[in-house]
Design a protein around this ligand. Structure first.
Ligand code: ADP
Length: 404
């Protein structure tokens, strides 16, 4: 019998489950899909049978919980002959948002690991329970199948104390686990490795600033493949301006909003996480729409863009100081991969740091990793499409293989 060589990657959110089935022999996708509106009215499952080259299948039905969602995934995969019972399946790899200080590596799921992820729920009250329900349901469906938890925080575990510890009372911080953890780690790790490959240099020899600009956005400073600082903190709220999150803000603004504005803590949480950032500044959180409005002369859209790119520039400058020498600045995720205007504005005026964008190369659209700085520039500016699913699959597969 041939070795099992497929990995199912699951990203279970609070109301959706995204999945991809990968063949590890060549990293190809066999199937992918998303179950949306779990626990809400009008659930929907969209399934792409990639290996078969078939039509996308959409099933509209109530999906009361994650168990129902994963049963639906299992049915659709079985319909393609790729079911969870297939002996070709080597593992399920789960994206788990918060690993705290406990999990710094991909980890084989056991009863103890489930309990420890459960203990971290106070740090990620929306995400970790959803991630755990995915793990539990797969355990019921295929108890013998190895499952691997790949943590969004793990790549940032190397950030030194000087960058990870907040300057607040030590005992309070430690008792309540308040420190910088960082997120999007799988993406920062994948993109820094791909960037070194693109430059044709060993990862150990290059310093890279990675800018992951999706709906959520984060920056990291990676020295020789090791993360030394990152912009998200205890939660994904800190750092860059994002689609709906404020990023950095004076913490005393929260006291002001509460004491003077009369907003309750949950209202402020909602304001800063879901109604701020680009959306709060101009009413749109999609950079494409902001681009269109700017072209029509819309002042709020222009200001939102300026605030967004100014914050980026500030972090690039900070991470130049952190790294000392910067070999590459890599842009990734929806905005980073697709918006020449953001890349240009974020790096404008940094020629003195050896960082510049070639306007012609930057304007070229494409899905391949590419360099968009002039050939003679000291620092390469790169556009490197992220692939968190492939990274999760690789880490899961190599862990399962190493266990023999
Ligand atoms: P998520 O964090 O949800 O994974 P993505 O990485 O998919 O997000 O990024 C989503 C964002 O990418 C959208 O908000 C949109 O603004 C932006 N985006 C996608 N395509 C383009 C484009 N062609 N130009 C500018 N921005 C884009």
């Amino acid at each position: 019998m041939t070795e099992p060589s497929r990995v199912l990657v699951l990203n279970s959110g609070s109301s959706s489950v995204k999945y991809q089935l990968l063949e590890m022999a060549d990293g190809s996708r066999l199937a992918a899909g998303i179950v949306e509106r779990i626990g809400e009215r009008g659930g929907r499952h969209t399934h792409r049978p990639i290996a078969q080259g078939g039509e996308v299948r959409t099933v509209e039905r109530q999906v009361p919980d994650h168990a129902a969602a994963l049963r639906s995934v299992s049915e659709q995969l079985a319909g393609d002959g790729l079911g969870l019972d297939s002996p070709a399946l080597a593992a399920v790899g789960h994206r788990v948002v918060h690993g705290g200080t406990r999990f710094t590596e991909p980890t084989l799921v056991t009863d103890d690991v489930i309990e420890e992820i459960e203990d971290l729920v106070p740090l990620a009250p929306l995400h970790n329970p959803a991630n755990l329900s995915g793990i539990r349901v797969i355990r019921e469906l295929r108890p013998d199948l190895p499952q691997v938890a790949v943590f969004d925080t793990a790549f940032h575990a190397t950030v030194p104390e000087a960058a990870a510890r907040y300057a607040i009372d030590r005992d309070t911080a430690d008792r309540l686990s308040v420190r910088r953890y960082g997120f999007h780690g799988t993406s920062h790790q994948y993109v820094s490795r791909r960037t070194a490959e693109l430059l044709g240099r060993p990862l150990e020899s290059v310093n890279i600033i990675v800018l992951h600009l999706g709906n959520g956005a984060s920056a990291s400073a990676v020295a020789g493949g090791v993360c030394v600082d990152t912009s998200m903190g205890l939660t994904p709220l800190e750092g860059l301006v994002m689609g709906t999150r404020s990023g950095d803000i004076d913490p005393a603004a929260i006291f002001h909003l509460h004491r003077v504005g009369g907003l309750a803590v949950d209202e402020i949480d909602d304001l800063l996480n879901r109604h701020s950032g680009l959306l709060g500044l101009c009413g749109d959180n999609d950079m494409r729409e902001i681009g269109r409005r700017m072209a029509e002369g819309d002042a709020h859209a222009r200001e939102a863009f300026d605030i967004y790119t100014y914050r980026l520039r500030k972090y690039v400058g900070a991470y130049c100081a952190v790294l000392g020498r910067v070999d590459a600045v890599a842009f990734t995720a929806g905005v980073g991969e697709n918006s020449p205007a953001v890349r240009e504005a974020a790096l404008r005026g940094l020629e003195g740091f050896g960082i510049e964008v070639d306007p012609v190369l930057n304007a070229v659209r494409g899905s391949a990793a590419r360099v968009v700085s002039p050939a003679e520039a000291r620092t390469a500016v790169a556009v490197v499409p992220t692939d968190e699913e492939l990274e999760i699959a690789r880490q899961s597969y190599s862990l399962v293989q190493s266990q023999g």
